[in-house]
Design a protein around this ligand. Structure first.
Ligand code: HEM
Ligand code: HEM
Length: 181
């Protein structure tokens, strides 16, 4: 079923989740791989371009995803987790959503204000905001810091899902990957 039910995520929420997860992981992987290629080589530039494409896909997905999210109920977890665990997981999810918006926006604004054109799937992005080069430099630093935050938060998030499945033995993970009801 496309929509969420009382007990499991629907097809749309799952598609949004896994496509975004792949794009976030790809954005991080490409920018880390870039470091293996010497400056000025075509492969290094290709890694950067791939980082931008993956990052822009994250931004493209997150807005319809959030709109969809607000129209859907979150499936219950059985057995019901402790209130504090539930609160922590909500905090992590909203932090991930915020990072999926903030990271691409910071990347775009910083790059454009350094005078670089950004191409996405063959189109050139229009310039939305103008800031000074100093501010752009600070935005880039924040982008790199938040890039590391999303990396570690995603690792924790995935580990928590496996922990629920393996040790708590509840249906947190199967609601997202198992049979749809
Ligand atoms: C969810 C999406 C994104 C994530 C998770 C992400 C993450 C990262 C990370 C981890 C780094 C490297 C930080 C370091 O070296 O420690 C980085 C660098 C960078 N990112 Fe992103 N980023 C995203 C989207 C974007 C977008 C959309 C753009 C621009 C269109 C962009 C532009 C850049 C630039 C210019 C750098 C510096 C590259 C260099 O070192 O030459 N990023 N990003
Ligand atoms: C192998 C990696 C991953 C696994 C196993 C996984 C698993 C899950 C599971 C089981 C849920 C449902 C949790 C619940 O409802 O309490 C969930 C939700 C979520 N995941 Fe992941 N995830 C992974 C990667 C990622 C990545 C890379 C991101 C983004 C950076 C992400 C963002 C989210 C968000 C925002 C939600 C909340 C969905 C909602 O609003 O209901 N996940 N994930």
């Amino acid at each position: 079923m496309l929509t969420n039910t009382r007990t499991s995520y629907g097809l749309a929420a799952r598609a949004f989740h896994w496509l975004s997860a792949i794009a976030v992981v790809a954005a991080i992987a490409f920018i880390e791989l870039k470091g293996f290629f010497p400056k000025g080589t075509p492969l290094r530039d290709a890694m950067k371009l791939a980082h931008f494409q993956a990052g822009l896909i994250v931004l493209l997905l997150v807005l319809p995803r959030l709109m969809w999210r607000f129209t859907q109920r979150v499936p219950d977890i059985a057995p019901k987790p402790d209130r504090r665990v539930e609160w922590l997981s909500h905090l992590a999810h909203w932090a991930l959503y915020a990072l999926m918006i903030a990271l691409p926006v910071l990347g775009i604004v910083a790059l454009q204000n350094f005078g670089r054109e950004i191409h996405f799937l063959g189109f050139t992005l229009p310039t939305f905001i103008t800031v000074s080069e100093d501010t752009a430099g600070e935005m880039m630093e924040l982008h790199e810091l938040l890039g590391n935050v999303i990396l570690w938060l995603s690792v924790l998030h995935a580990a928590a899902a496996v922990w629920h499945h393996r040790f708590v033995k509840d249906d947190t993970l199967t609601r997202m990957i198992g049979k749809m009801s």
